[in-house]
Design a protein around this ligand. Structure first.
Ligand SMILES: Cc1cc2nc3c(=O)[nH]c(=O)nc-3n(C[C@H](O)[C@H](O)[C@H](O)COP(=O)(O)OP(=O)(O)OC[C@H]3O[C@@H](n4cnc5c(N)ncnc54)[C@H](O)[C@@H]3O)c2cc1C
Length: 418
């Protein structure tokens, strides 16, 4: 008789948990995925669908910190503060300010650029293996700039991107309008990222992978995990609805709710729910066939199978408190598209709010839980969960099965906050 197959329980079936479940299954492991909701229906449902492998600048750096007052004073700006939550979030803001220091930000850029360096090829491998060709489009992406200032202040970023092998092409406003005639005259500059990709429906991506996982014998259990139980430096059980289940390894990929699960084990996880919104709109016939990011306005416009998706904006909120969406933030997106592509969008067809799982340094948490050798963590992917899902799955799959991930994941360990 062969050795007993190691069992793995994964808590959270968003894009991160589902991609990892599939990666571990492909490595021959027996995996049970837990979620209190249907897979892919939380934050992974409504994102902008942009596979943004050029995004190597975490939002925790001095330039962003310095521009916060300007952003907060602009009611149409990309950032809104929920002042009633300010006292509760103060410790997170202080950690954020600390992560913006020159040295820490430089380390974070290097860490993010390293994982992003593998993210594009991980997506290619994943797309082929999971037969996602109909859902992934490789037409590049465009960033548009309405001000000379915005364009100039990002020139250093393009240099750093080149240093990490990320290609870009600079266009004038008129050249950009040659590509997408609906762009208004407000657009003064644009940058094309030829390697950018997007998905035409993020929810379909998660469910396609999930269906293959279940089809090949993976288990899904629709229940909320109430506790992770430990003994002698090991996770023993996970508990749901009063019953316990035993696994050799447990992974927490519960998005912004990951901290809530880890707190009883003594981990202080500085995570917030960074709320963002999308609006979907029907549109006129257009040559817009790639995601377009509006730099000053902080949102993306992505052509999806369901119409045009306008997605973005930032509203920091405590991870443990579920407050009603502030739909005024979504309405702002409609106003934005009216100003930058006035002839494109027609009728609104849907709106949504999602909660990005965000750490103060805008890096994910990946690796072993400090002090518990069979507990693993994969959460905190903030604005980049779709982009980083396949590479996270590959890295964590290797870590759990062989103990050796393909890149140094020490910068992503939760220990960095202790
Ligand atoms: C407006 C917006 C636009 C975005 N655009 C992009 C983009 O273009 N590109 C990109 O790469 N990323 C984008 N993102 C970010 C991306 O959507 C997230 O990083 C990603 O969805 C996070 O995935 P996740 O699996 O960690 O979390 P989730 O999708 O939230 O999944 C976590 C799951 O854990 C479950 N769970 C939690 N606690 C428990 C428990 N105790 N028991 C059982 N289940 C539990 C939840 O029910 C949930 O289903 C965007 C986000 C927003 C809000």
């Amino acid at each position: 008789m062969g050795a007993r197959q190691k069992t793995i329980g994964i808590i959270g079936a968003g894009i991160i948990g589902v991609a990892l479940a599939r990666a571990l299954q492909r490595r021959g492991r027996q995996v049970t995925l837990f979620d209190e909701r249907e897979p892919g229906t939380a934050t992974s449902f409504g994102n902008a669908g942009y596979i943004a492998t050029e995004a190597i600048f975490p939002l925790a750096h001095g330039a962003v910190l310095r521009s916060l007052p300007r952003m907060l004073l602009n009611p149409l700006g990309p950032l809104a503060m929920r002042w009633q939550e300010f006292p509760r979030l103060l410790p997170w803001y202080l950690k954020y300010a600390n992560a913006c220091s020159h040295r820490r930000a430089a380390d974070s850029i290097h860490a993010l650029a390293t994982i992003q360096g593998e993210a594009g090829s991980a997506w290619e491998t994943f797309k082929t293996a999971e037969r996602l060709q109909d859902l992934v489009v490789a037409n590049g992406a465009m960033m548009i700039y309405e001000s000379d200032r915005g364009f100039k202040e990002t020139s250093i970023r393009r240099e750093v991107q080149r240093h990490y092998g990320i290609e870009s092409q600079v266009l004038s406003g008129d050249e950009a309008r040659g590509e997408i005639p609906e762009l208004s005259n407000r657009i003064k500059h644009a940058v094309i990222y030829p390697d950018g990709k997007h998905v035409v429906n993020p929810y379909s991506v998660t469910t396609a992978i999930f269906d293959r996982f279940v089809g090949d014998g993976g288990n899904f259990s629709k229940q909320r995990i109430d506790a992770i139980e430990t003994k002698d430096g090991h996770v023993r059980n996970i508990r749901a609805a009063g019953e316990t289940q035993n696994f050799d390894f447990v992974v927490v990929s519960a998005g912004h709710l990951s901290g809530r699960l880890l707190k009883p084990l003594g981990y202080k996880v500085p995570i917030v729910a960074e709320r963002g919104y999308h609006l979907e709109m029907s549109h006129r016939e257009t040559r817009l066939n790639r995601p377009v990011g509006a730099y000053e306005r902080g949102f993306h416009i992505t052509p999806m199978s369901s119409g045009l998706r306008l997605a973005g904006t930032v509203e920091f909120s405590s991870a443990d408190h579920d407050e009603a969406p502030n739909w005024g933030r979504a309405d702002i997106l409609k106003r934005h598209i009216g100003e930058i592509m006035p002839d494109l969008a027609e009728t609104e067809t849907g709106r949504w709010m999602g909660q990005r799982p965000t750490m103060p340094d805008f890096l994910p948490v990946l690796g072993n839980a400090p002090g518990l050798e069979n507990l693993y963590l994969a959460f905190g992917h903030h604005h980049l969960g779709l982009t980083l899902a396949p590479v996270t799955a590959a890295i964590m799959g290797d870590l759990i099965v062989t103990g050796t991930p393909s890149i140094d994941i020490e910068p992503f360990n939760l220990r960095r906050f202790s």
